[in-house]
Design a binder for this molecule. Structure first.
Ligand SMILES: Nc1ncnc2c1ncn2[C@@H]1O[C@H](COP(=O)(O)OP(=O)(O)O)[C@@H](O)[C@H]1O
Ligand SMILES: [Mg+2]
Length: 414
C-alpha cells in the first residue's frame, strides 16, 4: 500500500455559500490523517462545475456531496454515471431519491410497522395530457366519492402531493368545502389524503449526516430563523431514541446519508410523516446553534468514508428489513430494535465512532476555535447581508450571534 493517499471531495452546489465555505475552511484545517496501517491521507475539497461529459470520462472525485440533482437533470445523470461506472461515493443514492417519492417511502415504512397516519392516494383531478386517456378512463377508471374517503379518514386531514417537498401544495382540511376547493386546485398533481396528527406535542425534525443524527425541536409555524428551537430534553429518552431509530432506519433502508426526517410525537407515540429530503436545509440562518454540529458531522463522515475506503452500497437490502417487519411474533419495539441493528451495521456506527476518536480527535477543538473566531463571524455577517433586507440585518445578526454564542459558551473548555 502507498504511504500517501490523496482524496478529492466534490460539491455540487446551487445558491448556497454559507455551509460550503464553512466546510471548505474546516476541511482545510483537518490536516493529514494517518490510518492504522501507517498510510497518510490528504483530503481536499473542490466545487464541481457542469459541462458536457463523455460517459467514459473518469471523474477526479472520490466522494460527492450533492445539493443539485433534485432540481436539475444534468448533475443528476452525471451522478448516476459516476455511481454506476466509477464507484464514486455519494451521500445520497440518486436512484432511490428519484424513484422513492414520499409515497413509496410511506409504503415501505408501513410494511415495517411504523406509525404512519392513515393515507389514501386519490386519482388526479384533471386528466393527464394524453389523447388516449379518455378512452382508458371511461373503460377502466372507477368513479369514486371523495367525501366518503375523507369521512372514512376523518377530519381534520391533510391533502398533499404524493411526491411533495417544501410544503408546496399542502393543505390542512377541516370540512367538505375545503376538501373540494383543495382538490380542484390540485389539477394534474397526484395527491394523498392523510389523517392529521392533531394536537401533537412535539414536531421532531431530525437531521442525519452519515452515522450521526440530531433530533431537534421544530416549530413549523414560526418564521424560518426561529423554527429550530434550542432544546435538549424535549423528548423522553425512550421516545428520543425511537425517533433516532426511525430516522436511521429510513436512511439505511433507502441509502440516504444526508437527509432530514419529520416525526410528530403525540404522547408517547411517534408518527413519521415526511422523510425524503434530498437537500435538507443546513443554512446557518436556519440551524444557528446546531450549525457547528452539522458541519462537524459532515466533515467527519466524508473523511471517514474516503479514508477508510467505505464502499458505496447502491443495492438495497429491503428483504432483510421485511423479514423483521413481516413477523407476527415481534412487538413494535422488538422490530425497531431489529431495524436499529441493521441500520447501525449499514452505517458502521461503531467503526465510525472509533475512527472519530482515534483519527479525528482534534476536530472538536478546531471546529470550536473556528466558530469562536472573527473569521466565522465574518461568514455570519456575509450570510445575513445576503439573506435579509438592510433594515432587518442588525436584528438578525444579533439573533444568530446570540444563538451561536450560546453554543460556544456551552462547548468552551472548562
Ligand atoms: N399528517 C399530518 N399531521 C399533522 N401535520 C401534518 C401532516 N402532514 C403534514 N403536516 C404538516 O404540513 C407540513 C408539510 O407536510 P409534509 O408532509 O412535511 O410535506 P413537505 O414534503 O412539503 O414538507 C408538515 O411540516 C406539517 O406541519
Ligand atoms: Mg416536510
Amino acid at each position: 500500500m502507498a504511504d500517501e493517499m490523496r482524496h478529492l471531495i466534490g460539491m455540487l452546489l446551487g445558491t448556497e455559500e454559507d455551509w460550503p465555505t464553512a466546510f471548505e475552511t474546516l476541511l482545510g484545517r483537518v490536516g493529514p490523517i494517518k490510518d492504522a496501517s501507517g498510510t497518510t491521507h490528504h483530503v481536499t475539497v473542490e466545487r464541481i462545475t457542469m459541462e458536457p461529459f463523455d460517459l467514459r470520462d473518469k471523474p477526479r472525485y472520490d466522494l460527492v456531496v450533492d445539493r443539485l440533482a433534485y432540481w436539475y437533470y444534468l448533475p443528476r445523470e452525471w451522478l448516476k454515471k459516476v455511481a454506476l461506472m466509477d464507484d464514486v461515493y455519494l451521500l445520497n443514492s440518486p436512484f432511490t431519491f428519484q424513484s422513492m417519492e414520499k409515497h413509496a417511502a410511506y409504503c415501505a415504512m408501513l410494511r415495517l410497522g411504523l406509525k404512519v397516519p392513515q393515507t389514501v392516494l386519490v386519482p388526479h383531478k384533471n386528466p393527464p395530457d394524453n389523447a388516449r386517456f379518455a378512452y382508458t378512463a371511461a373503460k377502466y377508471n372507477q368513479p369514486f366519492d371523495l367525501d366518503q374517503i375523507a369521512e372514512r379518514i376523518g377530519y381534520p386531514l391533510f391533502m398533499k402531493p404524493y411526491d411533495g417537498g417544501q410544503w408546496i401544495g399542502v393543505s390542512h382540511i377541516s370540512n367538505s368545502a375545503e376538501l373540494h376547493r383543495a382538490y380542484d386546485q390540485s389539477g394534474q398533481r397526484l395527491m394523498h389524503l392523510q389523517a392529521a396528527v392533531d394536537g401533537f406535542d412535539v414536531f421532531a425534525r431530525s437531521l442525519s449526516i452519515g452515522a450521526e443524527t440530531m433530533v431537534m425541536k421544530f416549530r413549523p409555524d414560526l418564521p424560518m430563523h426561529d423554527r429550530y428551537a434550542v432544546a435538549h430534553d424535549f423528548l423522553t429518552p425512550a421516545v428520543g431514541d425511537e425517533v433516532l431509530t426511525i430516522s436511521r432506519l429510513i436512511n439505511a433502508f433507502f441509502r440516504w446519508e444526508f437527509n432530514s426526517c419529520e416525526t410528530l410525537v403525540r404522547g408517547t407515540e411517534a408518527h413519521p410523516i415526511d422523510y425524503a429530503n434530498a437537500s435538507p436545509d443546513v443554512a446557518v440562518t436556519s440551524l444557528h446553534y446546531y450549525f457547528p454540529w452539522a458541519m462537524k458531522a459532515l466533515l467527519r463522515w466524508c473523511v471517514f468514508c474516503v479514508v477508510t475506503g467505505r464502499r458505496p452500497q447502491l443495492d438495497l437490502d429491503t428483504r432483510r428489513y421485511f423479514e423483521i417487519g413481516d413477523r407476527e411474533d415481534l412487538s413494535y419495539e422488538e422490530k425497531l430494535a431489529g431495524y436499529r441493528k441493521l441500520a447501525d451495521e449499514y452505517f458502521e456506527v461503531e467503526r465510525y465512532l472509533d475512527f472519530c476518536d482515534s483519527r479525528l480527535a482534534h476536530v472538536d477543538e478546531l471546529v470550536f476555535d473556528w466558530v469562536d473566531s472573527p473569521d466565522f463571524d465574518g461568514l455570519l455577517v456575509d450570510t445575513v447581508r445576503s439573506t435579509y433586507p438592510p433594515h432587518e440585518q442588525e436584528r438578525f445578526l444579533a439573533h444568530f450571534r446570540g444563538l451561536v454564542g450560546q453554543w460556544v459558551r456551552e462547548q468552551a473548555p472548562a
